[in-house]
Design a protein around this ligand. Structure first.
Ligand SMILES: *Cc1c(COP(=O)(O)O)cnc(C)c1O
Length: 391
């Protein structure tokens, strides 16, 4: 049986999204709650900037929504990753283990900290880091010296591990956390795409230090925004202090006890966030219902399938992923061209970061599966509004 054609794929998408006006974008925000009211109240009351009641409330509500003890909301996910890496001990000249199959921000945050991304392989089931391949790679590449994992080839300390929950599908957190204990690595989850996802019944963000993003294309948006969540109260204090210019509390004096960042989320954005968060459960229902419809529509197609949530997890299905079973050099781009001609603005997965000239020199393991997956993945229109018809 030959692989399903572009026409088959377009027909299947049409059957799911019906007469939604074309063009159809990959993912657009939905403002169907108190967004305008809350943003307006910032303007009428004059609290639009770096402090305000919505910032405090968004931090409290977000922590609760992901089962975390604390949340600090910030200007975007990249800055949140950068701050978390530095505060958890990453130093210039260190290496940080990241997947190559991720958005550029994961590696850029490592670079902003003066460190070097060290790329490792993913697994097909979750598109996230493969813990078994990771452990084997570290055994072959690193030695423990004075309590630190040292890369035998570069002499640099491998300081931290940043797995990514790609498109909302939780990766194997417990197994990865185990690897970080063995090798004494700081552990930061890039959960920017996974707000509302669960693994083994636990919310993403409820166990480790996690990063979220509220960019316009994410499941919830604050315009631009990000957050760090943590279970550690002392760490929370340090994050809050260092991301708000490290100013010592005082009625009028300007005294700063460290070189901090101005990474605070403005109250205007937090107002949007509070209103969006009120709708999270509804958004999640819509997205999971949409994914279920796509799975059904593509069920019997030869050579392609919709990626399902990994075993023992519940994905937020941020983006619904069409996965070809085998590599074919031209399949992805030819299909994308046909989809765009039909005004369905689908997107491929990212180019693996180690293939970009800016990251080509970085240490890496065998990335054959990463390279194969990058040619086999197309994300389908996944906006919340498309799923509302099915809840
Ligand atoms: C969105 C995203 C980020 C960064 O978030 P911004 O808010 O856009 O800075 C980081 N990592 C991944 C995997 C993302 O999808």
């Amino acid at each position: 049986m030959s692989t399903a054609t572009s026409s088959d794929i377009i027909a299947a998408i049409d059957s799911v999204i019906g007469d939604t006006p074309r063009p159809v974008s990959l993912h657009e925000p939905l403002f169907s709650g108190n967004e305008a009211a809350y943003v307006n109240s910032c303007i009428t009351e004059g609290w639009v900037s770096s402090v305000g009641a919505f910032v405090d409330r968004f931090e409290k509500d977000l922590a609760q929504a992901c089962g975390a003890k604390h949340a600090v909301v910030l200007v975007n996910g990249t800055c949140a990753l950068h701050a978390a890496l530095c505060i958890l001990g990453v130093l210039p000249g260190d290496e940080v283990i990241v997947p190559s199959l991720t958005f550029i921000a994961t590696a850029n945050a490592v670079s902003h900290a003066g460190a070097i991304p060290h790329f490792v392989e993913v697994e097909e089931a979750s598109l996230g880091m493969d813990p078994i391949a990771l452990q084997k790679h570290l055994e072959a590449t690193a030695i423990m010296k004075d309590g630190n994992a040292v890369n035998k080839h570069t002499g640099r300390i491998i300081r931290a591990l940043v797995p990514v929950h790609v498109f909302g599908h939780p990766c194997q957190l417990d197994a990865l956390a185990h690897v970080t204990k063995t090798w004494n690595l700081a552990f930061i989850e890039d959960s920017t795409e996974a707000l509302g996802s669960l693994t083994h019944g636990k919310k993403i963000g409820s166990e480790h230090t996690g990063i979220f993003s509220f960019n316009g294309n994410k499941i919830l948006t604050t315009g631009g925004g990000g957050a760090i969540v943590t279970q550690d109260s002392a760490l929370h204090q340090r994050i809050k202090h260092l991301t708000s210019t490290a100013k010592e509390p005082h009625k009028w004096a300007f005294s700063h006890d460290a070189i901090g960042w101005n990474y605070r989320m403005p109250n205007l954005n937090a107002a949007l966030g509070c209103a969006q968060l009120e709708q999270l459960q509804q958004f999640l229902r819509a997205k999971r219902a949409l994914a279920a419809k796509y799975i059904e529509a593509f069920e019997n197609m030869a050579g392609i399938r919709i990626l399902r949530e990994p075993k023992n997890t519940q994905s937020n299905y941020w983006l619904v992923t069409l996965l070809a079973d085998h590599d074919h050099p031209t399949w992805r781009d030819e299909t994308l061209q046909k989809l765009h001609d039909a005004k369905l603005f689908c997107r491929p997965i990212w180019n693996p970061l180690h293939t970009l000239p800016i990251y080509a020199h970085c240490p890496k393991t065998d990335l054959r599966l990463t390279e194969s997956l990058s040619c086999r993945i197309i994300n389908l229109p996944s906006s919340v509004k498309l799923g509302l018809a099915y809840v």
